[in-house]
Design a protein around this ligand. Structure first.
Ligand code: FAD
Length: 498
């Protein structure tokens, strides 16, 4: 151990006592607070270190939600679809095929959407997928509005950084937080750690795992930015008619930046989303966070300069539109919960009695078919009164790649909120919560849950008729091997994601 300083004991002001304390207002935390309130819980506090909700999706400019549907059917609904229902009427805010168009093979629609990453399932018979691009600043406003509609039940605390759990033995009793007002305590009956990096659960004694496999998407940080003054349609045309030049562009960009840089559309035709992936970075390491900020910003002017020259037809008037106010955090510490999800959960389609989300994903090994996420994947071992939804949920270093997309964070967050509300209502703990009641309320909140009598039975028939997507070569080989991980090639699969 290096040099240390022993911090003196300190007496803290108790800022509040509440029923449910959500730490972190990203897509998981926001959904948890809202779902808890809608399920009847009162006296909820949501604490967020920055001044807005959304985390990666607003502050990090991660502005595309993929794979909401599988062929014709919509599996990811609930709060996730509510975002878009609410944003849809605002001009230039949402881009993507409608739910009703999912699975359509109409050549006109396929042609219209094929240049928009994630909106078309390619192959012999291309068809539309519901994937949605959105304007992050409009979402910031909407996420506030959603919480303010529950202002009698939810108190929002911005600019407040949760730093330490308050423990009594193995029971979490609240959280200490820091703000401009100093260090204070909040007591809570149930704490939901939605910080994405396990800031709270890491200090409770709950087991956790660090870092994703180095060849996965999750192993990479990003600083996302946007370029304005672009003609997206002409850029598409240029890519179509000059595939060689486009290939050269990808190589040149890698050379200029030193990491993968990807251009995606936005809800505006004149603005491009620049996504990137800085390899082997831990988004809970201050050094890595600092490096990512510096490395990516340093490349921005050069990238724009290059684009103006390489593709003037689309980028002649390009300019730096904006830089995400916060770094793109993919993965650091993951919970090692009561259930750890693995590649096998995608290759063999197990059914869980405690399923809380049933999501189509972007995982190619089961043709992106819906996968069941169990409640135990957000439930820590050894520690009570704590739930851990969002991108730090319990999954191994590979499966995490398919479970941290926005829908899974919203979905597990929504379930955590409902579970906390049910535990309080029934006077039980989140460990012993009545999972059937949780599932029933989730279904009432428009979340499809397999085998629940109120979920449209057609969804299950649909998945069964299509063999749970397990007709892929990978799934067949996994079945023969008896273990999907032993045949999994992360490099190859990551390439399929890009
Ligand atoms: C560059 C990039 C591209 C991606 N691309 C896609 C994509 O195209 N589609 C997709 O679906 N997903 C994508 N993802 C993944 C997805 O965006 C995230 O996994 C998801 O949004 C995470 O949600 P979350 O709520 O779990 O975590 P976060 O969004 O990280 O939210 C955590 C929240 O907690 C707050 N917080 C953290 N620590 C504390 C603390 N100690 N006290 C108080 N507050 C705290 C943070 O400020 C933040 O608001 C991408 C991610 C990145 C980084």
């Amino acid at each position: 151990m290096g040099k240390v300083y022993v911090e003196p004991a300190n007496t803290l002001n108790v800022y509040a006592e509440c029923d449910i304390l959500v730490v972190g207002g990203g897509s998981a935390g926001h959904s948890a607070a809202l779902a808890a309130a809608r399920a009847g819980a009162k006296n909820i506090i949501i604490m967020e270190r920055y001044g807005y909700m959304g985390g990666d999706v607003t502050g990090g400019f991660v502005i595309m939600v993929p794979a909401l549907t599988w062929y014709e059917k919509s599996f990811v609904r609930g709060l996730q679809e509510e975002w878009f229902r609410r944003l849809d009427p605002i001009p230039d805010t949402v881009l993507g095929p409608k739910v009703s168009q999912a699975g359509s093979k109409d050549p006109f629609l396929v042609e219209k959407w094929k240049g928009v990453h994630g909106c078309v399932r390619f192959g012999r018979d291309p068809s539309l997928v519901r994937a949605v691009y959105f304007e992050p600043n409009q979402l910031k406003i909407e996420l506030d509005k959603m919480l303010l509609e529950e202002r009698d039940r939810i108190k929002i605390l911005y600019h407040s950084w949760g730093v330490r759990p308050i423990m009594e033995g193995s029971e979490v009793r609240g959280v200490i937080f820091e703000s401009k007002e100093g260090r204070q305590a909040i007591f809570a009956k149930i704490v939901i750690d939605a910080t994405g990096d396990g800031d709270i659960f890491r200090q409770t004694g709950a087991p956790y795992m660090a870092l994703a496999n180095k060849d996965t998407r999750s192993d990479k940080t990003a600083l996302v930015w946007r370029i304005g003054g672009v003609n997206w349609d002409l850029y598409q045309e240029w890519m179509r008619t000059r595939p060689n030049a486009h290939r050269q562009m990808s190589q040149a960009l890698k050379k200029i930046t030193g990491f993968t840089t990807m251009f995606y559309p936005t809800s505006r035709k004149d603005v491009v989303w620049v996504n990137n992936a800085v390899p082997n970075k831990n988004c809970a390491s201050v050094e890595d966070l600092t490096k990512t900020e510096l490395i990516v910003r340093e490349t921005m002017r050069d990238v724009i300069e290059y684009l103006r020259e390489a593709c003037p037809v689309a980028f002649r008037n390009a300019y730096l539109y904006d830089i995400a106010p916060q770094l793109g955090a993919r993965c650091s510490c993951r919970l090692q919960g009561e259930y750890v999800m693995t590649v096998n959960d995608f290759a063999f389609a197990p059914q869980f009695d405690d399923v809380i989300a049933w999501h189509s994903t972007v995982c190619p090994i089961n043709d992106s078919a819906p996968v069941e996420i169990p409640y135990r994947a957000i439930l820590p071992k050894n520690v009570e009164n704590l739930l851990c939804p969002g991108r730090h949920l319990s999954a191994d270093d590979i499966a995490i790649d398919w479970l941290t997309l926005i829908p899974q964070c919203v979905g597990t967050g929504q379930a955590a909120g409902v579970a906390a509300a049910v535990a309080l209502e029934q006077g039980t703990t989140v460990r012993d919560v009545d999972i059937r009641r949780v599932q029933d309320i989730l279904v009432e909140q428009d979340v499809p849950i397999p085998r629940n009598p109120k979920t449209d039975p057609e969804l299950e028939e649909y998945v069964r008729a299509r063999e749970y997507g397990l007709y892929t070569e990978f799934a067949k080989a996994a079945k023969a091997a008896g273990d999907a991980r032993s045949i999994y090639d992360p490099v190859k699969i990551y390439q399929q994601l890009l």
